[in-house]
Unconditional design. Structure first.
Length: 406
């Protein structure tokens, strides 16, 4: 059995891994980086099945291209399969608006959706001579890792989160011979989540008490829903705008996948949804606005910054800001590109680490607890820092494009 990373091996993003024998080829994830312009993985060979870990663009953004190469059944949990089309259609729309070319079109999205096949947590399917089982990773509602079992076992994790959050339980070690695991935060730790939430809430309180509005850019999938739950015990007027509104409602259909479903359902009844231009104007007089995009590169957030750009209002970033994005520019220079003009942001700007990834210590604990004979570290730029803290006798640090023995 051999494997090859098409992307996301020695880098974060645009993940795709081909696992192959003489009898079959499987593809695990197939994403693109939503940079400007987007960047893509290497083209995939014809495969017998595709296993998707979760619905972030750097893990699913290239799925429609597979339609041009004969297609294949795409397996994932029901929540993931319900959210992915929202993301893919939006990617085509944005590319057309911005004049970027994608290696697929809208009809390819239509076609790949027809191949979607649900695989629930704990469910095992027989595929060729392998049993493949889905398990939770704690990263998002519905995020999954896959255990491929024959006479030996391989686990491909996708992205993982070790701590319990408001919506998901943290990942648990899984016994396997070979562990293919992400290393996004190798060499880095996250602050304790309770202190992050406390600082976030106190910062919002300060803004609201000063008659301001807290604008919270957040990723539509995962982050927006988690932040709603962080705000659960407040009495603020909360608005949610952009794709996060759509995704939040879609996830209501999957109570078995949400840790505190009744609380989540109650919270969604309470918040106000921006559905029109007039709603967007009303939101300017609210207390908290959760809105896309999380990296300030488009979407309703730019409208809110334009209208609320003074010191009494807050702009609270809650996720990693990729290089060459407006969010990174804001953190480094205090300005953003607004309609082609470099604009100083006068709002109270803060960053809060609500990462949905395990930190270095948590990665070590998960890997050691899984007791693998071989560890393959992927999806990271500082994998060596993680490798030196592991006791496994065989550690592989593959580069994109190079084939290696499993």
């Amino acid at each position: 059995m051999k494997a090859r990373f098409l992307g996301g091996g020695d880098e974060v993003g645009r993940l795709g891994m081909v696992l192959s024998t003489d009898r079959y080829k499987f593809l695990f994830d197939y994403g693109m980086n939503p940079t400007k312009p987007p960047t893509f993985p290497m083209l995939a060979p014809k495969v017998d099945g595709v296993f998707v870990t979760h619905s972030h663009l750097d893990h699913v953004g290239m799925l429609p291209w597979l339609n041009k190469n004969g297609g294949a059944n795409v397996y994932a949990t029901p929540p993931t399969l319900s959210v992915v089309p929202i993301l893919l259609y939006d990617s085509v729309k944005i590319a057309n608006l911005e004049g970027n070319s994608l290696p697929f079109e809208e009809f390819d999205v239509d076609s790949i959706i027809e191949t979607f096949t649900p695989l629930n947590y704990g469910e095992t399917m027989e595929f060729k001579d392998q049993d493949i089982t889905s398990h939770s990773t704690g990263h998002l509602v519905g995020s999954a890792m896959y255990r491929v079992q024959n006479e030996s076992s391989i686990v491909f994790t996708g992205d993982i989160q070790s701590i319990d959050t408001h919506l998901t339980f943290g990942i648990k070690p899984i016994s396997t011979d070979v562990l293919v695991v992400e290393s996004t935060y190798a060499g880095k730790e996250h602050p304790p989540r309770p202190s992050v939430e406390e600082n976030f809430l106190s910062s919002i309180q300060k803004v609201v008490e000063g008659d301001g509005v807290a604008v919270v850019p957040s990723f539509a999938i995962g982050r927006s829903q988690e932040l709603l739950m962080v705000l659960e015990n407040t009495d603020y007027e909360i608005w949610i705008d952009g794709m996060g509104r759509t995704v939040s409602n879609v996830l209501l259909s999957f109570p078995k996948y949400i840790k505190n479903y009744q609380r989540y359902k109650k919270m969604l009844r309470r918040v106000r949804f921006v559905r029109s231009k007039s709603d967007r104007e009303k939101a300017l007089n609210g207390d908290v606005i959760l809105t896309t995009s999380g990296m300030l590169d488009g979407g309703p957030v730019l409208n809110y910054i334009s209208n609320l750009n003074d010191q009494k209002n807050g702009l609270f970033l809650t996720g990693y800001q990729v290089e060459d994005t407006n969010g990174r520019m804001l953190l480094e220079t205090g300005s953003i590109n607004l309609a082609g003009v470099t604009t100083k942001v006068n709002m109270d700007v803060k960053f809060f680490d609500f990462s949905a990834h395990s930190g270095h210590k948590e990665l070590v604990e998960f890997i050691e607890g899984s007791k693998p004979d071989k560890v393959v570290l992927m999806h990271g730029e500082k994998r060596e820092e993680l490798a030196k803290d592991l006791t496994s006798p065989k550690i592989v640090l593959p580069k994109n494009g190079e084939e290696f023995e499993i």
